[in-house]
Design a protein around this ligand. Structure first.
Ligand code: COA
Length: 149
């Protein structure tokens, strides 16, 4: 599948909300995604096919030199083709341009696929938040990528 990684625009939000529902028990609503897009300090990228279909996306919030990843998601039928990797790499490059000290995220303890993805991209396990998630209740693993200067 041919796709391009591009900054998220309002035109992508509807499809992102669909992907949220396919991927997460507590999906972000269209409205929440829209609010995220217009917050200052948001960096958000989508993988978009030639016909305009959103195949996956990631977004992060930056505060000073800190980067907090909100979400990374890929449509189930397009997984294991490197899309999340391309999205994370684009976010890493953007983080470096912005002079971030780190990018960090929470991931469900049971989500071994996502943990393997982040590990492959240099994120290290740095902690745990007990009972961070609902539906089902579960611990979060904290994973962080440090930018070295
Ligand atoms: C996690 C997710 C984003 C990965 O997307 P993807 O486009 O399939 O990932 P990639 O193809 O770039 O995979 C890169 C690496 O991640 C790891 N990985 C990805 N999916 C995996 C799986 N199901 N099992 C084990 N490792 C996996 C592998 O190391 C993989 O490299 P490889 O294919 O060379 O073995 C996708 O499975 C998804 O959307 N899951 C649901 C939403 C989610 O859990 N998001 C993360 C929330 S913190």
């Amino acid at each position: 599948m041919q796709y391009r990684i591009m900054p998220v625009t309002a035109a992508h939000i509807g499809q992102m909300a669909e992907i949220e529902k396919l991927c997460f028990p507590d999906p972000w609503s269209r409205q929440l995604l829209e609010e995220m897009l217009y917050l200052p300090g948001t960096a958000a990228f989508a993988a978009v096919s030639e016909d305009g279909a959103v195949l996956g996306y990631t977004s992060a919030q930056t505060v000073l030199d800190e980067g907090y990843i909100n979400n990374v998601a890929v449509r189930p039928e397009y997984r294991r083709q490197g899309i999340a990797s391309d999205l994370l790499e684009t976010l890493r490059r953007r983080g470096a341009e912005l002079g971030l000290a780190f990018l960090t995220l929470e991931v469900r303890e049971s989500n071994k696929a996502a943990q393997a993805l982040y590990t492959k991209h240099g994120y290290l396990e740095v902690g745990c938040r007990r009972n961070y998630y609902e539906h089902p209740k579960e611990d979060a693993i904290l994973m962080t990528l440090e930018f070295t200067t």
